[in-house]
Ligand binder design. Structure first.
Ligand code: HEM
Length: 417
């Protein structure tokens, strides 16, 4: 069972918290596990990668958690920080020094520094480039033997966001191949993050070199924005902050978008009726993107927020310093919010909301970009291959081996003539 009762020694740090659910990173039944978590309470005591935490699994509770003034992303508030094993996916996220883990004025400063890269105007400029990149990937797929299974996670969903982010950041063409090699070793196609200090150092040095070179060749991109900002505000944005920001965009903007495109393809190839709605123009591709975000959120569990004082959330008392995990995939299927058909993938659902990009001050900065990429990718794929069909049953596809991401390691299809 994916949510086994833990051994007795695992019942820390709260004596009164009762049994903890142990979250399994590679669970083949994420959505069934989440159903059990939602039934167990608004906030549920869990152990995630050895770390005891609360999990916010219901839509309304997650919304409260994402905006609660007494919950902070700043790691200094985590009382049992010393108990967290290093080298885990959770550790990678909570020790990130970017805007993700900043609050208040510090958060605003770091977020504003890059917000210019995500304006509607920049996105409009980026759109033809995303379409061209997609077109090249489609041409490469079309050149493959039509009767052999093709893994669309590897050949389509994975390369697209990576190249788009290079474009957005402003990585010169001559360096893109080397950067892709490096970033592929960090964020791998099967969803794992290989984040050894050596690899990080190499990536750091390489980005430093690129940033230096770009100083003399300004353009309409993020590196140029950051330079201008540094000149204007007297260098308040440190080199470390600049690097943490670029690295955040690479990691936050890549794997998540790969999962979104993979999950949308997976949902649609198994539901010809839904695909018909898109191909006939009765439903826009945007609707399929939004429904995928809700029904199969690219993020399963996301660390961490910490109680800055004793606080009660939906009737559950949290002690100062206790961490809370955000369960995005669970909130998307909460019948308490979406009704009894929450488990059904239905792109004709009346437009509503989901929390898969977060909510409040930390709302995903890249949401409009991710939406645009996914919409372009799906439109191009299902337009180019009218006979596309699954080459495996959903239950035979291995899930990602990580607590953070929700997707499959592969997405084999037959593209057809
Ligand atoms: C934050 C999801 C794509 C950049 C977030 C958060 C979520 C999220 C849930 C909030 C985390 C929290 O409040 O704890 C997603 C999903 C994506 C996606 C599902 C794709 C489908 C992107 C892209 C970029 C990006 C493409 C940029 C290129 C960021 C940044 C933050 C963030 C910078 C931190 C914002 C802040 O702390 O103020 N994302 N994201 N994301 N995302 Fe995304």
């Amino acid at each position: 069972d994916a949510l086994d009762d833990p051994p007795a020694g695992d019942r820390t740090p709260r004596e009164d918290a009762g049994t903890r659910f142990v979250l399994d990173p590679a669970t083949p039944s994420l959505h069934a596990d989440n159903e059990r978590l939602r039934a167990a309470g608004p906030l549920v005591p869990v152990t995630a990668e050895g770390v005891p935490s609360w999990a916010a699994t219901r839509y309304d509770t997650l919304l409260t958690v994402l905006t609660h003034p007494d919950l902070s992303r700043e790691i200094r508030h985590w009382a049992a920080r010393h108990e967290s094993p290093p080298g885990t996916a959770i550790d990678r996220i909570v020790t990130d020094t970017s805007m993700l883990n900043a609050e208040g004025e510090e958060h605003r400063r770091l977020r504003t520094a890059v917000a210019g890269a995500f304006t509607a105007r920049r996105l409009r400029q980026l759109r033809p480039k995303v379409e061209a990149l997609t077109g090249r990937l489609i041409d490469a797929l079309a050149a493959m033997p039509p009767d052999q299974p093709v893994d669309l996670r590897k050949e389509y969903a994975y390369p697209l966001p990576r190249e788009v982010i290079s474009e957005l950041i402003g990585i010169p063409a001559a360096h893109q191949e080397r950067l892709h090699e490096l970033s592929d070793s960090v964020a791998q196609v099967d969803g794992s993050l290989d984040d050894t200090p050596d690899l990080r150092r190499t990536l750091h040095e390489f980005l430093d070199q690129i940033i230096e070179e770009r100083r003399d060749t300004p353009g309409e991109d993020l590196i140029t924005d950051l330079f201008k900002l540094r000149e204007k505000d007297g260098g308040r944005l440190s080199t470390d902050e600049l690097f943490a920001t670029i690295e955040l965009l690479f990691i936050a903007g890549h794997v998540t978008t790969v999962n979104l495109i993979t999950n949308a393809i997976g949902a649609l190839i198994h539901r010809p009726d839904q695909l018909d709605l898109l191909r006939s123009g009765r439903c826009p591709y945007d609707a399929a993107v939004e429904e995928t975000l809700r029904w199969d959120s690219p993020i399963a569990y996301f660390p961490m927020r910490y109680a800055v004082r004793d606080v009660e959330i939906d009737g559950v008392p949290l002690a100062t310093g206790e961490p809370v995990l955000a369960c995005f995939a669970s909130a998307g299927r909460d019948p308490g919010h979406y009704g009894d058909d929450a488990h059904l993938f239905d792109i004709g659902r009346p437009p509503g909301t989901h929390l898969s990009f977060g909510h409040g001050p930390h709302f995903c900065l890249g949401a409009p970009l991710a939406r645009m990429e996914a919409e372009i990718a799906l439109t191009a794929l299902f337009g180019a291959f009218p006979e596309i069909a699954p080459a495996a049953r959903p239950e035979d596809l291995a899930p990602l081996d990580t607590l953070l991401g929700n997707s499959t390691r592969t997405m084999p299809v037959l593209l057809g003539p």
